[in-house]
Design a protein around this ligand. Structure first.
Ligand code: OXD
Length: 310
């Protein structure tokens, strides 16, 4: 069996070694880092591969994506005979729940303001506690990550709403679905969390029209993809006061370019696409398990539906 690995921005060697160790018992196993012109492989482990890679490796049984989002892969022409397989959680959903819960709590408990009072103004002052009921949190995207986030927020007794493409049921979460229910979902949301997959339908979904529908004084948390957000619309709505702030982990261009207006906007909290990191050892174990299952003719979880794009 031949497994090829191609990543942008990540070293392939530890993945190759890890996969070798997990699959050592397989006969005639070759695992290598892809080079243009390399012989065809059976499986690929990738992050943002090139179209050249896909064109040259046209007989792959499956491509394993080492990140949560498969939008970069969906933008390529991939043969219908090659399955694209997402990581199935592998420790990402707990990180995402931590990250989003932290962002919501930081906003709700006004920790940035306390920090400024204590550190900058050197002032010991109390703020009137806000009422949880006044800050309903709406989670867009109720996949593995979104559902975990919604449940975590529920654990802190925030009113939680969810919106997804197809109807979902989550205990204690008011669920909305489809474009026809998007406005009702937004109209009752004050903290909006975007965890949608990036598809042609969801690109630019966070725009002046949708963000204006949120309750006044809304706060945006985007941990999905930069291309969900029309950046100028966010800046305008902050200026107009309809939005009070945002926590952004993802950007249209990453790394965020020098001179970008977000760097100097104090109401936007910035992090460098770090909300839920790929945990290598868990991911390697999962990919190796899925390769064994596919070789045994079994079905595996996380196969992407190209028609949906996730
Ligand atoms: C992603 C990731 O898909 O970081 O964004 O895993």
């Amino acid at each position: 069996m031949h497994i090829t690995v191609t990543f942008q921005g990540t070293k392939p060697e530890p993945w190759i070694e890890g996969l070798q160790a997990e699959l050592a018992d397989l006969p005639a196993l070759t695992i290598d880092a892809w080079q243009p012109g390399a012989p065809p492989a059976d499986y690929a482990v990738v992050w943002t591969p090139s179209q050249q890679f896909i064109d040259e490796q046209s007989s792959l049984k499956a491509i394993f994506n080492i990140g949560a989002g498969v939008d970069a892969l969906m933008a390529l022409r991939i043969p219908a005979t090659t399955a694209v397989v997402r990581l199935d959680d592998t420790g990402m959903s707990v990180q995402m729940a931590e990250f989003v819960t932290h962002a919501v709590i930081r906003h709700f408990r006004e920790f940035a303001e306390y920090d400024a009072d204590m550190r900058i103004a050197k002032k010991w002052s109390y703020r009137k506690p806000l009422n949880r009921e006044d800050l309903p949190v709406g989670v867009m995207g109720l996949g593995i990550l979104g559902e975990r986030v919604a449940r975590a927020l529920k654990g802190f007794e925030y009113p939680v709403r969810g919106w997804s493409r197809s109807p979902k049921k989550i205990d204690g979460v008011e669920c909305f679905s489809g474009m026809e229910q998007l406005d009702s979902f937004l109209a009752g949301t004050r903290i909006l969390v975007c965890l949608l997959p990036l598809t042609t339908e969801t690109e630019n979904i966070l725009n002046r029209r949708t963000l204006s529908r949120l309750l006044p004084g809304a706060y945006l948390i985007n941990v999905a993809r930069g291309a969900h957000l029309v950046e100028d619309d966010l800046l305008a709505l902050l200026k107009e006061g309809h939005l009070t702030g945002a926590a952004l982990d993802v950007f249209r261009k990453e790394p965020l370019p020098p001179g970008h207006p977000f760097w100097d906007e104090p109401r936007i909290t910035l992090t460098p696409h770090t909300s839920a990191r790929t945990l290598r050892d868990e991911s390697i174990r999962q990919i190796a398990g899925k390769i064994r299952a596919l070789e045994a003719g079994e079905k595996v979880a996380g196969v992407v539906d190209p028609a949906k794009g996730y």
